[in-house]
Write a protein that binds this ligand. Sequence first.
Ligand code: ARG
Length: 483
Amino acid sequence: MEPLAAEYTSSTQSDIRIFYSVVQVNLAHAIMLAEQKIIPKQDAAAILRTLVELHETGITGLELRPELEDIHMAVEEFVFKATGEEVGGKLHTAKSRNDQVATAIRLTLRKNLLDVEVAFLELVDAMIALAEKNTDTIMPGYTHLQVAEPTTFAHYLSAYCYAFLRDVGRLEQAYESVNSCPMGACAFAGTSFPINRARVAHLLGFRHVDENTMDAVGSRDFALQTMAALAIAMTNMSRLAEELSLWSSAEFDMIEIPDEFASPSSIMPQKKNPVVAEVARAKTGRVLGNLVGTLTVMKALPQAYNLDLQELTPLLWSSVDDARDSANVMARLVRALKPKREVMRERAGKSFAVATELADALVRKAGLAFRDAHAVVGRMVARAGKEGRAAGELNIDDLRAASKEIIGKDVGMTLEELKEALDLDKCVTARALPGGPAPKTVREQLKSLKRKAKNHSKLVQVRRRAITKVEVNLLKEAKRRGQ
Ligand code: ARG
């Protein structure tokens, strides 16, 4: 090829990521070829010895020249050099780079997915630990970014934990889609050699064999599914990142981001910028972009293999890395986070966050219809707000005046009942419905979250152990046959 064209179309650099997987696919394929007597035992032995040697040397054993196009050709060249073309040339019998690359991507992605899951589980663990210390920490909850109702910091953290565990669940589902073996599809239409597809899949620890060979080489929806799951996970995390930077500002002042996770300004001596949260927010943009980029590569792409597919793979790795790194660093930040409990409480108290509870109390104690109670409290709050008074300063006269205006009569509520309705702690504790912010209920949520997280961790462990076992066995079998 013309040198510039060769460089332009080569994937050697981004292929470094799948090096070990490519070697593994070759090992499994060579073992199967020998077992099926498609190539002589002693040729397979020489090939396997060379591949094991390459596995031990690592990527530095390869010469990744762009004119080789990709890592698949570089591995083959390595084998030729050691065994001669007569023997090494048999390795590519009944396989193509098309099924090989799809298989290698899946092998690498399988492990990478587990790393991302672990990072998100670590984040959940950090959030739960922080929540456990803050089940009594009153804070204002927001809707429309306006103070809405009082809640607790733990209730807020718990909300994110549920989202992140659903994200882990989506990644587990993506893992299932990834865990299927394309090998044997060759270019797309398979081969007339008597290969054993199930055997290769088994040697590589895949749960399934792709059932249609055209689909096996031409599809990347396992990557799309992964990237979509990562995009959702990052979108969830970006909301937390946004709030952490917002709340650490002087305007909100509800949390302190520790120095280790902030950076100063080069000119403004007073500054402490929440850069970790900002970068996490921005990484989300990249992960979303990668998803759209990948969807766009796949859109209207003819079956089966086209080199377009090669351009999609680096976007997949970029999303995986960004998500894993973001979750890992955010977990550390959350562990070091300091909520400003007094400020949180003060903000919840200042902004009539208890108004809904007061309206509810009018319904319960004074027998008002909720709509009337809503209007009465609305009038009370509007007036007190104009006069610069906070919720704690509302009194029976306010109630009397508002109810006379709105419903034309006085309402029967004692000062004690009024004060109770305005009490932040009581207001939160009273919301002990399932899922609510009452300390007791949130403690139950945290227990449930821990149980769920533990189950996800167990699945990760089971999958990791299975992969390690398969990798060890594959090398053992290759060494045995290479002797
Ligand atoms: N480098 C390619 C990729 O990453 C491997 C398959 C190339 N196949 C081909 N027919 N040129 O997707």
